[in-house]
Design a protein around this ligand. Structure first.
Ligand code: ZN
Length: 394
């Protein structure tokens, strides 16, 4: 009997099933965020109906104080309820996925071994310890509550601005929408990061329990895998090595450690080429990229989402269109980041016939269109040398 030739592929599949489970479980939380946003929009509508003159709020300082106290209460209770739902959902996801990763990877390793591996059963206190393990001094629920407090602050600031009488209902409506989009993005990033951490802890724990002494780092064979993860791909580490790279290496990292089964002569066999979707004979990332002529220069891949533009828009996502077209046009992500944070020129917001809004950032090397309401990058292309020169006044 031998270890299943698809062993590491099966481990990856278990990990991906866990990621899918996490996304499904989070849907209810995103739903609650949306209904809170709707409530705030309704509240705003009433506020303007009662107090607006020529489209702007016109209130006395006494009215302002009373209204802000009321808004504070609305916001705090909304964020409290979102925070509890989120903390509960994330806790459930992490516990479920820790157990899943532990037992299912044990099963795929064990199914190829005559003698069977011996491993310890999970006790609730082990699961708890893995789920509640702090990162930089904070456990996941601390992070959730800090995020909610920050969202509540931003919302309050928007209302204070409106009370000062210089914001139309459309403007504040969009501001609030944007704050909620960023909140949803932060929630998603948090659950992905925590899930990757807990899945990785489960792999370490079952590996140690089953007597494995080594692990192989496994990244994804894909052109946009970041350079750091690609560089670790195929490398072996001692399971007890405290200096091995921590997974997740970065937000949205999809890497995984494969426990080397405690039998002699195991070597990885098949793996998936994510560019073609086909299984290929095992090769590490460097070998694969060299064969495909892929120049892996993607340090900025994961750094675009979350950055703030020069006028304060937080980038929440890269549209599918952006991902495909920007690579096709050979636009480097660092140039996109530079255009957004350090533009030569920012155009006024434009609205197309379908009512979709976009704003153009012209940087020295790249020009980027972004949706100012959602923070989604729509598209990007190279800035011509002539244009850059002209804008720089050269
Ligand atoms: Zn990675």
């Amino acid at each position: 009997m031998k270890i299943d030739p698809e062993y590491q592929k099966l481990v990856l599949q278990i990990k991906q099933d866990g990621e899918k489970y996490a996304d499904q479980q989070m849907q209810a939380v995103y739903g609650e965020q949306k209904s809170s946003l709707n409530e705030l929009h309704k509240y705003l509508g009433l506020l303007y109906v009662k107090n607006a003159v020529n489209g702007l709020l016109n209130v006395t300082s006494v009215q302002k104080r009373a209204a802000l106290a009321d808004v504070d209460e609305q916001i705090l209770s909304a964020e409290k309820s979102i925070g509890s739902a989120e903390a509960q959902a994330v806790s459930g996801i992490l516990k479920h996925n820790y157990g899943d990763m532990y037992y299912k990877t044990a099963y795929v390793m064990d199914s190829g071994l005559k003698a069977g591996i011996k491993f310890g059963m999970l006790k609730p206190e082990y699961i708890d310890a893995a789920v509640k393990s702090p990162v930089d001094g904070e456990i996941f629920s601390d992070r959730i509550w800090n995020n909610k407090a920050a969202v509540a602050d931003k919302l309050k600031q928007s209302f204070v601005g409106a009370m000062n009488g210089d914001t139309t209902i459309d403007q504040i409506g969009r501001e609030i929408q944007h704050i909620f989009n960023v909140q949803a993005y932060e929630s998603q990033r948090l659950v992905h990061t925590e899930n990757a951490r807990v899945q990785s802890a489960a792999i370490d724990d079952i590996g140690k329990s089953a007597g494995c002494s080594q692990q192989m780092f496994c990244a994804t064979l894909e052109a946009n895998t970041c350079a750091e993860c690609a560089g670790y791909d195929g490398k072996y580490f001692d399971i007890d090595d405290d200096s091995k790279p921590d997974i997740p290496v970065h937000p949205e990292c999809r890497c995984v450690y494969i426990n080397v089964p405690p039998v002699s002569g195991w070597a990885p066999q098949k793996r998936r080429d994510n560019e073609t979707g086909k299984d290929i004979g095992y090769k590490n990332y460097a070998e694969w990229a060299a064969e495909k002529g892929i120049n892996n220069d993607n340090e900025y891949e994961n750094n675009l989402v979350g950055i703030q533009t020069s006028n304060g828009i937080t980038v929440t996502e890269l549209s599918q269109h952006f991902g495909e077209r920007s690579i096709e046009r050979d636009v480097e992500r660092k140039h996109v980041a530079d255009a957004l944070t350090n533009p030569l020129k920012v155009d006024n917001i434009r609205t197309d016939k379908q009512g979709r809004r976009s704003q153009r950032f012209i940087g020295e090397k790249a020009t980027v269109n972004i949706n100012p309401d959602t923070g989604a990058i729509i598209t990007a292309w190279k800035t011509s040398k002539g244009k850059a020169k002209k804008l720089k006044g050269g």
